[in-house]
Design a protein around this ligand. Structure first.
Ligand SMILES: [Zn+2]
Length: 189
C-alpha cells in the first residue's frame, strides 16, 4: 500500500500522509495537515494548514479544504464544492477568527455545493449538487437547494429511504435499494 504523490504536488513540512493515499497533479498540501489512509486527492486540491482528513476520503478536482474544516472517514467531496472559514468576511479586518466546520463520517458533498462555516454535516448526509448549506444537517439526510432543505433520508448505499414507522422522534426506515432497515434517532427542533 504505497503512497503516490504526483511530482507537481506541493507538500509542505510536518505533513502526515497515510498508506495507500494518492495525490494527483498540482495539489497543495499545507504545513501541519494530515491525510489518512487510502485517500484520493484530486487535481488542483488545496489542503490548508493543520487540516485533518480521515481515512478513505475522496476529494475530487479543485476542492479547497480551508483551515478550520475537519473531514472524517469515508467522506466524498465532489468537484468544486466550496468551504469557507470566515463568518464575517471583510478584506480589511485584521483580527478575523476562524469558524470551524465538521464533515462527519460517510457524508457526501455534491459538485459546486457551498458549505457555510460553522455547520456540521451529519453522518452519511448527502448534499445535492449546487446546494448551499446554512445549517447543521441530520444524519442520513438528503439536502438540496439554496438554502439547502431536507428532501429525504438516504441509506449508506446512497439510495433514498422509505419511512416504515414514525413515532415522534424515532424513525425506522427501509432502503429502497438494498432493503436494509435501520433507525435514525433525532429530535426535530
Ligand atoms: Zn441502501
Amino acid at each position: 500500500m504505497d503512497i503516490f504523490i504526483h511530482e507537481t504536488t506541493v507538500v509542505e513540512k510536518s505533513v502526515k500522509i497515510g498508506k495507500g493515499t494518492k495525490i494527483w497533479h498540482h495539489a497543495q498540501i499545507r504545513e501541519g495537515s494530515s491525510i489518512g489512509n487510502n485517500c484520493s486527492i484530486g487535481k488542483g486540491v488545496y489542503i490548508d494548514h493543520n487540516v485533518k482528513i480521515g481515512n478513505n476520503v475522496k476529494i475530487q478536482n479543485y476542492v479547497s479544504v480551508y483551515n478550520g474544516v475537519t473531514i472524517e472517514d469515508d467522506v466524498l467531496l465532489a468537484p468544486n464544492c466550496t468551504f469557507t472559514n470566515d463568518l464575517y468576511p471583510r478584506a480589511f479586518n485584521q483580527d478575523w477568527a476562524v469558524t470551524s466546520t465538521l464533515v462527519k463520517k460517510g457524508a457526501s458533498i455534491g459538485a459546486n455545493a457551498t458549505i457555510l462555516c460553522g455547520v456540521t454535516i451529519g453522518e452519511y448526509s448527502m448534499i445535492g449538487i449546487g446546494s448551499t448549506v446554512t445549517n447543521d444537517t441530520l444524519p442520513h439526510s438528503l439536502m438540496v437547494g439554496n438554502p439547502a432543505r431536507l428532501k429525504n433520508f438516504i441509506c449508506q448505499c446512497g439510495s433514498e429511504l422509505r419511512n416504515v414507522n414514525y413515532a415522534s422522534y424515532k424513525m425506522k426506515f427501509q432502503c429502497s435499494n438494498c432493503a436494509k432497515y435501520f433507525h435514525i434517532d433525532f429530535y426535530f427542533s
